[in-house]
Design a protein around this ligand. Structure first.
Ligand code: SAH
Ligand code: SF4
Ligand code: F3S
Length: 471
């Protein structure tokens, strides 16, 4: 393990688990089964963190419930990526004053990426006195200690000291699904894209040991997982901080060789570090889904430089073309930012031409949102908001047409899909590339792979029928 990465020791973790026991005994003595609600904002990394928060809560005797009203603990696991995300959290936090008034025993916590911003924790300290605890992502492993302190001495707790970040193995997890599993392979980010807050709130890149990741994968597969998503802000730099001599492609290959019926996906891949070896490994192993989320952010090399992305339009296109040549059925998705400071109309058109050239299955589109503390927040930004909205709408219209076209191309094909649930009178399933398919069938198909013939398509999803000869 790297010299810089601080690994939480077994003894430190045991101490947290003994806090869980104390909390459990505290409620038991009062003959109460307490309840807890965890609300998650933001990306899959936060979803994975919430499974740990629920794991700790369950171990402390809490029953997990689906709403804040009447819950003894409410945890808001927040996202700081855009201003809108933060506004939503403050709005919902405001509403909790009323639920707390109706249930005075309620303890309210705010954690996640927003909790890593001093601006936010200061505001909570001053203006939200009913929030009992704030802890940044670096302190998530100490949640039982924080909760116990709040319960036992009734004082507000702030665990917000900035750190490079650590790795904690062995935190209990209460997973949302047995069929699909998130597995974090690394934490933090070193890239400092000029618009992005993540490196400031999640600390430096640090990789989990390969054996710990493999053990977790074996565990979830044994528990019935058929779809595993490996998580990291930039999975392609996995292993750089380890002394094990293993890179992301090596890790993928090892997981792909584990026994069992499952598919592996991953996010997110940074184009700078996406290697030919990675694409070759994806192509080689049937258990690696032929799906790639490769955010390009902008089609203009000048803007990419200003974003500090370390690749240009040409290198990006070269990589995508290589991946497509190796995997003709590859499902490609991406993130794109419209209206980065100084983006000209011509540069925006380069983004349009890039998406027309690549033909993504779908895109996650964002209007640039200045984040205090990042370099882009102080860059000259003369483009008016209305103009950015116009560009955004045009981008979405172009992409929607492409998505419909690609989806229509599926009609008549028979695809192996994992049936994952029900949406009103239809079952839902996912293709290997992650596309949503709705079809008629009975609930006992949930959790199985089925061959489905695609009969219809919209911008966002497909409809289909079970193949008749299915066995
Ligand atoms: N680590 C991932 C991205 C995580 S954030 C990567 O590098 O690909 C998810 C997406 O949010 C980014 O890809 C970007 O498109 C968008 N985003 C990040 N900061 C933003 C900001 N300040 N304004 C608008 N969009 C932003
Ligand atoms: Fe943010 Fe860039 Fe890191 Fe992604 S790679 S999390 S966009 S700084
Ligand atoms: Fe948001 Fe933090 Fe994820 S800022 S997008 S929850 S890493």
């Amino acid at each position: 393990m790297s010299k810089q990465t601080y690994v939480i020791t077994d003894a430190q973790l045991q101490q947290q688990l003994s806090n869980c026991d104390k909390i459990s005994a505290y409620w038991h003595a009062q003959n109460i089964t307490p309840t807890a609600y965890v609300e998650t904002y933001g990306c899959q990394q936060n979803e994975a963190d919430s499974e740990k928060l629920r794991g700790y809560l369950a171990m402390s005797g809490y029953r997990i419930v689906q709403e804040a009203e009447g819950a003894d603990v409410v945890v808001m696991n927040t996202c700081a990526i855009r201003e809108h995300a933060e506004q939503r959290v403050f709005g919902n936090l405001g509403a909790l004053t009323h639920t707390k008034r109706r249930h005075s025993r309620q303890k309210i916590f705010l954690c996640g990426c927003m909790a890593g911003e001093t601006r936010v924790s200061d505001r909570i300290k001053k203006s939200y006195p009913y929030v009992d605890g704030v802890f940044s992502t670096h302190h998530l492993w100490q949640f039982p200690e924080i909760l116990w302190k709040v319960l036992s001495n009734q004082k507000r707790q702030f665990y917000i000291e900035d750190e490079a970040g650590s790795i904690a193995e062995g935190i209990p997890q209460l997973r949302d699904s047995t069929l699909k599993a998130w597995v974090s392979i690394m934490y933090g980010c070193n890239n400092f894209c000029t618009y992005c807050i993540v490196p400031y709130v999640r600390g430096r890149e640090r990789s989990r040991r390969k054996d710990d990741i493999l053990a977790e994968c074996r565990d979830v597969i044994a528990g019935g997982a058929k779809d595993i998503t490996l998580l990291g802000q930039n999975v392609n730099s996995y292993g750089k901080d380890l002394e094990e001599g293993v890179d992301f492609a090596d890790l993928l290959a090892e997981i792909a060789q584990l026994p069992g019926e499952f598919l592996i996906r991953f996010m997110t891949s940074h184009p700078r570090d996406a290697s030919e070896k990675l694409f070759e490994t994806m192509a080689k192993y049937p258990k690696i889904a032929k799906q790639l989320h490769l955010p390009f952010q902008s089609g203009s090399s000048r803007v990419l430089k200003a974003m500090n992305r370390h690749y240009d339009r040409e290198t990006y296109l070269k990589k995508v073309n290589y991946a497509k040549a190796l995997m003709p059925d590859l499902v490609l998705t991406s993130d794109v930012i419209v209206g980065f400071p100084g983006e000209t109309e011509e540069e925006f058109e380069e983004t349009i031409s890039l998406i027309q050239q690549v033909h993504y299955d779908s895109l996650f589109t964002f209007i640039f949102s200045p984040r205090a503390g990042t370099p882009a927040a102080t860059m000259d930004d003369p483009t008016p908001r209305e103009e950015k909205s116009r560009r955004f709408d045009r981008l979405c219209a172009v992409q929607n047409e492409i998505s419909v076209g690609i989806h229509e191309g599926y009609v008549g094909k028979c695809l192996r899909c994992l049936v994952d649930g029900r949406d009103r009178d239809l079952l839902t399933a996912r293709t290997e590339g992650g596309r949503l398919v709705r079809f008629a069938g009975c609930d006992d198909l949930i959790g199985t792979y089925q061959d489905i013939t695609i009969t219809g398509a919209t911008t966002w999803s497909l409809t289909g029928e079970l193949k008749e000869t299915n066995d």
